[in-house]
Structures are given as C-alpha cells and as structure tokens.
Design a protein around this ligand. Structure first.
Ligand code: ADP
Ligand code: MG
Length: 512
C-alpha cells in the first residue's frame, strides 16, 4: 500500500526517549479524554478496585494506519444501502424462520431467541418501529495490485466502539498536530489525511431519532432511553460517550444491567404494554422507556437463567422501540450473510440479495463487497462442496468456519476446522458457515497496550456504522444514516480481532 507521507511509514522511532515521549502523551491524552476501559482483574489483582475507580488506556496504535481512500469512501458510501438491506431482511419473518430452522438443531441459543419471537407474535407486537445501530466490518483484500473492501460480517446487535472510535480519531489528529512534526523522522503538520469521525454523535443521533418517533407517554410519564448492559462491563466508557452525546440533547438516559430488567421494570397494565422503568434509587420516579438499546443479550452468557429469557421477552413484547428486536438480531446471523453471498454458480434459485435489494446499482455495489461463503449442509451443491473444502487438510487452510455467535473468540481457523467438525455430529454441521479468508496487505505499526509497546506486522479491520429506523408493518424507512467509522488493528499473528476480547486495538485511518 502507498505511504501516507511519501516516506517510510510509520516512521522509525528512536529507542528510549522518543518512544517514551509519544507513549506518555498518548497515556495522558487518553485518560484526559476518555479513551479508556476499566482494568482487567488480572492487571490490578482480584478485588483490588472495590470502589470501581480505576481506568486504564484503551489499547491503541501509535500512528494511524494507512488505508486506501477509495476503499474508505466506498465503504462509507454503501452504508445506507446496507442499512436498507438489513431493514428489509428483518421484515421477512418467513425467510429468517427458514434459516433459523436450518441452524437451530445444532444451536440452542438461536432456537430460544426464535421461541421468544414466536411467543410475542402470537400475542401480537404492539410496537412496529424497529431501530438498528449497525456496523458493517471489512478488510481490504489485495488481488495483485487491486485493492478492494471485503465484508467480514454485519453486526445488528451491540455494535460497539463507536464511542472510543471517535476519540481515537481525535487522539491521532492531536498527535499529528503536536507530536509527529517533532520526531527525528518528522511528519509535517497537515500532511496526513485524517478524516473526521462522528461515530459517537452519529449513533446517538440514531437513538435520538427513535426517541422522538416514540412520542409522548400517554400515561403522563417522562420518557427515556435505557442502555441494557452486561454486569461488570469493562468497556463502559465507550457506552458512556454515546450516553453523554444523547444527554446533550436533553434525553434522559439510564443504564440498566440486563440481569436487573425484571427487578426495575414493569409493563403498564394497558393493551399498549408500555415498558416502565422505576428508578432504583427513587422508587417514586417512573419513566416510560421509549428506546431499549441492547449492549447485552447477544450471546448465551447473558442468559444464565430462565429469568434472563423472561427479561428479553418483556422487552420484546413491550411498546418500547427495541434496538434491536429479535428479528433484527437474527438478521445478523452469519447464516444470513452466507445465504446472501453463496457463489451464484452453486446457489440454487434467484439471488437472495436481488430479492431484498431490487435496485441493480445498489445491489451490485453491495455484491462487490462479498467474499465466498458456503453453507455446510449435506444436500445442496454449495454445502457438499463446502464439506469437501472444510475437511481437506490443504483446502481448509484458506477458510474460517463460524458459528452463529457474536462478540469474538468463537471462530475456527484453517487447520482447526476439520478438528472441530470431528467433534460435531454431521447433521449439525449446518449450524456453521464456511468463509474464505480475506488477505489484507501487510502493514507495520506499534500498539500501546497496558503501557507496553508491541511493534510488528498488523492487520486492520474497518467498521462503518449505520443507523436505521423503520416500520416493520409498512416497510417505511423513517431514518437512514451512515454514522462514522471504526478502525481496529491486530497483530498479524492473531486470528481474532476484537478489542474487547483482548486481541485487537483501536486505530484510525490515514487515507492514501
Ligand atoms: P464476531 O461476531 O465474533 O466478531 P467475526 O466474523 O467478526 O466474528 O470474526 C472475528 C474476527 O475474525 C474478525 O474480526 C477478523 O479479524 C477475523 N475474521 C473473520 N472472518 C474473516 C475472514 N473471512 N478473513 C479474515 N479474517 C476474518
Ligand atoms: Mg466481528
């Protein structure tokens, strides 16, 4: 890839003083500006922060990584089409139900989510509006000299890092202004193309749009937005940045652990089933929840008991605008991405993408970002071919196999694929998908993680946020925006890239 400065990039730092100076600036700026996470217990010792007062730097690169401008512009430009596509998929209950049936045999979690949806459907949904805070993730794929973005996955629930990402862009802009020009191999002021990143504001604006669309309480309560969060969340400042941005527009926002939904909420005794939030510290105060934003509930770990499923059921059947609903969460299954992207030569019937996105210009722009993804069933041509690829010791080296899970750490890479399949009964192989590995161009950078510098080859993953509010009944899209970006970078030896899962770090783009 081209250098953003025309010279060797990132510049080599003098050992000692120069590295120390840059690290120190980043450490202080990060805490001063909330580019931070709560420390892992392993770092401070178990129960060593009983008052919950400690914060540490989020891992971050010393320099923004080079990223092709054409790829960046393309990813941003197609986001509203992606929003539209996933709004359409969320409305097709029959399609989602069919895919759920395909994976449910080997996937109890997906089966249970579907059951909650069916229960609410039977009784009748009272809220037709649905809010998506999405993130479409890509890597740059290098095919000879040609660079193109290829989609890694599409997130429809708890898409994180929009808060920290905006801060990371500001950090790198600050360093470009104050520190990089002073290096022994200086980067002159204003020579890097560092785009503004409105991810925190953009996501908050999506929540605000849903909050306004909900309207006033007919019960006379003030309305609010609730962030449903995990217990012991370490990535809390990421969420707080969104919360503060929303509060700037005078929207009442509360954080409620998902595990406490049953304790602190009730449904109004009315056919509309308003979701009421009773302030834990002041039981006389009740808010009506206009929007429930889930930063929890995306994986089996959030449902340790039947009560947790009851909590999800309460949200789903209430009048609150859920971000996301269960159908929208299920639209983010890797299985959906696979059905959209299965190579046309092997897929039976007309293109699924074309069905959801009839506009040929839009659908071909999205199609270009797909890489080959196969089902693993034993019947279809694509499934049979995938079974051959996944179990062949040489062929499997080009693939990653994924279950229907979110949050990192769930996938099987290369040689681990046939090993994993040996442990799963063949009739359940179809709960996984098989995806071609994307091979991004090699880059160098230095990561500052827990005060230590890690230098070497890195791989970058771009995420573009999108916000969409639509009506499930009429299909009307009421709000559809691209909402900033995330760049995550990991060492090129690591296969997983999640920052929260501990493998990746925050980064921003230097466009080339
Ligand atoms: P999750 O829902 O757990 O985030 P992902 O599909 O995003 O699952 O996969 C996790 C990580 O694995 C990604 O962030 C990326 O680093 C890597 N990865 C996933 N799919 C591919 C692929 N096709 N090619 C290369 N790396 C991939
Ligand atoms: Mg991911």
């Amino acid at each position: 890839m081209a250098s953003p400065t025309g010279h060797s990039y990132p510049p080599t730092l003098d050992a000692g003083l120069e590295k120390d100076r840059l690290s120190q600036t980043i450490k202080d700026w990060s805490i001063a500006n909330g580019l931070a996470v709560r420390p892992p217990p392993a770092l401070v010792g178990q129960n060593q922060d009983p008052e919950g007062i400690l914060a540490i730097n989020a891992p971050v690169t010393l320099f923004p990584s080079p990223f092709p401008k054409s790829c960046f512009d393309e990813a941003k430009a197609i986001q509203t089409s992606y929003n539209e596509l996933y709004a359409q998929i969320s409305q097709d209950e029959e399609f989602l139900g069919r895919l759920v049936q395909e994976v449910a045999g080997g996937d109890d979690f997906i089966a249970k989510l579907w059951d909650v949806h069916l229960k609410v459907k039977k009784e009748g949904y009272v809220q037709n509006l649905s809010l998506g805070l999405f993130r479409s993730d890509y890597m740059v794929h290098q095919d000879k000299a040609h660079l193109q973005i290829k989609q890694v996955e599409f997130n429809t629930i708890a898409s994180s890092f929009g808060g920290l990402s905006a801060q990371t862009s500001l950090l790198h802009q600050h360093l470009a202004q104050t520190e990089y020009p002073l290096l022994n191999q200086p980067i002159p002021t204003n020579s890097l193309d560092l785009p503004t990143n409105n991810s925190a504001q953009g996501l908050a604006a999506g929540l605000h749009a849903a909050y306004k669309a909900y309207g006033k309480s007919t019960l006379g309560h003030p309305t609010c937005v609730i962030f449903l969060v995990q217990d012991g969340e370490r990535n809390i400042f990421d969420q707080r940045h969104l919360e503060y941005a929303l509060q700037e527009s005078s929207v009442p926002v509360f954080r409620l652990p998902f595990s406490q939904v049953l304790t602190h909420t009730t449904l109004a005794d009315s056919p509309s089933r308003q979701l009421l939030y009773h302030l834990p510290h002041n039981p006389n105060k009740t808010f009506e929840v206009a929007v429930a934003y889930l930063r929890a509930g995306y994986g089996p770990g959030d449902y340790p008991s039947p009560e947790a499923w009851e909590a999800r059921h309460r949200i789903e059947r209430s009048l609150t605008i859920a971000c996301p609903t269960i159908l929208t969460q299920l639209a983010g299954m890797k299985k959906v991405q696979q059905v959209l992207a299965t190579p046309p030569t092997l897929a039976s019937g007309p293109s699924t993408l074309g069905k959801f996105m009839p506009d040929p210009a839009k659908s071909s722009a999205l199609w270009k970002t797909f890489t080959n993804i196969y089902p693993l069933d034993g019947e279809s041509a694509a499934g049979k071919e995938a079974r051959r690829l996944a179990t062949d010791p040489v062929e499997c080296q080009k693939y990653v196999m994924k279950p229907q899970r979110e949050g990192g750490g769930n996938n099987f890479y290369r040689g681990a694929i046939p090993e994993q399949l040996k442990t799963v009964p063949e009739e359940h192989w179809n709960s996984f998908i098989l995806m071609e590995l994307i091979t991004p161009p090699p880059l160098q950078n230095t990561i500052l993680r827990q005060g230590k510098l890690e230098q070497g080859g890195v791989i970058c993953e771009l995420g573009v946020y999108g916000t969409c509010l639509w009506d499930q009944k009429t299909g009307e899209v009421k709000y559809n925006e691209e909402a900033g970006y995330l760049l995550r970078t990991k060492g090129d030896q690591s296969e997983e890239g999640g920052v929260a899962a501990g493998f990746g770090c925050m980064d921003s783009v230097a466009l080339v």
